[in-house]
Ligand binder design. Structure first.
Ligand SMILES: Cc1ncc(C[n+]2csc(CCOP(=O)(O)OP(=O)(O)O)c2C)c(N)n1
Length: 575
């Protein structure tokens, strides 16, 4: 790199101008924003940069904060690069908190920023000028999301802009990654500064993740090599392609069966891998004599199933003990903390050095092949009928048809109905589900962020009707139309919050709520709105499917509308 390229030279302007130019130079392509009276210097800075042709993040107007954070979330998933979100002081921050909880628990780096109500009551540029500026000021604006951010700070002085941004991104992108929060006081943003020269690229890179301790790896390899009935429980290994490759290699080489959650949050292992044993850990846990838990926060449900007394358990992951979870009691014998992919490669090497009992392993392969066939037959049975017990469309059958027509190159974002067994993904980075904290309203924004990153990819969002409400139906279609981000959205409409219903049923199987003649309180969403009409308000195509025979033609029409006409489409499927 030449000396000139190492520097970013800016003409005289405001701190906001510096801030925006720095973001662009750090790989922040977009500013997902929901604006307020704290924004004038940002808005002016964006307009000046546009007029002068200076690079700044492209601003996108997102009329709800939850969706704005979700878009940054989705863009990160598709590109691996954190983006910036800006919301209006404390009130905008409050609206963003649910999605920040999701990002935090799923280790998604996002730079969330918010204005600060002007501090000065007058006398300086940017000082208070509206009645809200008194009531909106808070003692500690970051307090409401400090538990869910890795770092928070306030931009206090123009001399700090570069360090503060680089520090924010460095912390966010160092494993275990996570969102950070920066507040931007109006007076600081408005301050005029002379011409400046800054570094063109960050000098504060994220720390390279460490490899797990070699002697602990050797110990873990011993346990796995000695096991007769080992099993791997995989959670979010698919965060990286290297993780997917390392997991497939280790499992394939030593005949280690892999189970995942019913709603896989990432494509961890291709569905056609011979060690892919489905989505029911309970089938394997009690009988296992060694369990390798890889990047998985909840490997089994203790109330349903526990490993046997003699079972040895190994935990591996970038955040192997989930340090920020207040309570997590999954036992273990060896804990390997460090880069997951590197840890898996190390484990494979150490197990190869231990040697293999070929005969025992071949035997296991045969047993697992039979088990795999049995599991597949069970899934096929679940999807065999086109109709659901309620007389609508069977979601399992519908999911298979969606996957068959949209194909392995599409990306699937799942907020409830795309269960793993019916969506046999094979491409790393093609399958995502609700984050572990389960803050609903995640799916559409995340899918929009992905579409922004990959405009020509078919992005399919599967959303429950209950979840669709949380996704701000007027907001996301507005963004889809405004920024040419046509999604294919499939609503699985059971006219209720089934998850809440099932939880009540599980706790009170003979209770009044289940037995009574009246509908179970607080679980029904009737009369169900014509969701398909909502997208029409933003120029989209809305389709309604009431019977199984209507689904295939609707899907074909929807795929053509999205891919050929770039028209966002919602199919409301009554299940
Ligand atoms: C922000 C938020 N509020 C409430 C919940 C509780 N919750 C979990 S699942 C669920 C129902 C979702 O309904 P739907 O998308 O229709 O799926 P279904 O349960 O019917 O399969 C609710 C309300 C949540 N997870 N997040």
């Amino acid at each position: 790199m030449t000396a000139a390229k190492k520097k970013l030279s800016l003409p005289p302007g405001t701190v906001a101008d510096t801030y925006l130019a720095l973001l662009a130079s750090r790989g922040v392509d977009y500013l997902f924003a929901n604006a307020g009276t704290d924004f004038p210097s940002i808005i002016e800075g964006l307009a000046k940069a546009r007029a002068a042709g200076r690079p700044v993040p492209t601003p996108l107007t997102v009329p709800h904060e939850n969706a704005a954070v979700a878009m940054a979330y989705g863009y990160y998933l598709a590109t691996g690069r954190p983006q910036a979100v800006m919301v209006h002081v404390g009130v905008g921050t409050a609206n963003a908190v649910a999605m920040m909880i999701n990002a935090s628990r799923e280790n998604i780096p996002i730079l969330l920023t918010a204005g600060r109500t002007p501090i000065a009551e007058g006398g300086v540029p940017g000082a208070r000028s509206r009645t809200i500026h008194w009531a909106q000021e808070s003692f500690d604006q970051a307090a409401m999301l400090r538990e869910y951010t890795k770092w928070d700070y306030e931009l206090r002085h123009e001399s700090d802009v570069e360090t503060v941004i680089d520090r924010a991104l460095q912390v966010a992108c160092t494993e275990p990654m996570g969102p950070v929060y920066l507040t931007l006081p109006r007076e600081v943003l408005a301050r005029e500064v002379t011409a400046r020269t800054l570094s063109a690229a960050t000098r504060l890179p994220p720390a390279a993740p460490p490899v797990p301790n070699p002697s602990a790896v050797a110990e873990a390899a011993e346990l796995l090599s000695a096991a007769q009935r080992p099993v791997i429980v995989a959670g979010t290994v698919g965060r990286t392609e290297a993780g997917v490759a390392a997991l497939a290699s280790l499992a394939g080489r030593f005949a280690l069966p892999i189970v995942q959650s019913l709603l896989p949050r990432y494509m961890n292992l291709a569905a056609d891998h011979p060690m892919h044993m489905g989505y029911d850990a309970n089938r394997f846990i009690a009988a296992a004599d060694a369990i390798l838990v890889v990047d998985c926060d909840v490997p089994w449900t203790p109330d349903e199933q526990e490993p046997g007394e003699d079972c040895r358990v190994i935990h591996l992951g970038t955040d192997a003990i989930y340090e920020r979870y207040p309570v997590r009691g999954f036992k273990g014998d060896v804990v390997l903390k460090g880069d997951t992919a590197l840890g898996l490669v190390q484990l494979e090497k150490a197990m190869a050095e231990n040697g293999v009992d070929e005969e025992a392993q071949n035997h296991r392969r045969e047993r697992l092949a039979a088990e795999r066939a049995e599991i597949a037959a069970k899934w096929d049975g679940m999807a065999a009928s086109e109709t659901s017990p309620e007389g609508g469309v069977n979601p399992a059958w519908a999911t298979r048809l969606i996957y068959r027509l949209c194909g392995p190159d599409a990306t699937y974002v799942n907020e409830y109905p795309f269960f793993g067994p019916h969506l046999p993904a094979t491409r790393p980075g093609s399958q995502f589900s609700v984050p572990p904290a389960g803050g609903l309203g995640w799916g559409l924004g995340t899918a929009l962020g992905m579409k922004l990153a990959e405009p020509d990819r078919l992005v399919v969002a599967g959303i429950g009707d209950g979840s669709y409400f949380f996704n701000n139906p007027p907001v996301c279609p507005f963004v889809g139309q405004a920024y040419d981000l046509p999604l294919l959205v499939v609503i699985f409409n059971n006219r209720r919050w089934n998850a809440v219903r099932m939880a009540t049923l599980a706790l009170y199987p003979d209770g009044e709520a289940v037995r009574g003649n009246e509908a179970m309180p607080l679980t029904y969403l009737t009369p169900s709105p014509a969701f398909e009409k909502m997208v029409e308000a933003s120029g989209g195509l809305g389709l309604r499917v009431e019977t199984p025979d209507q689904l295939e033609p609707a899907l074909r029409q929807a795929i053509a509308a999205v891919t050929d006409d770039r028209r966002q489409t919602v199919i409301n499927i009554l299940t």
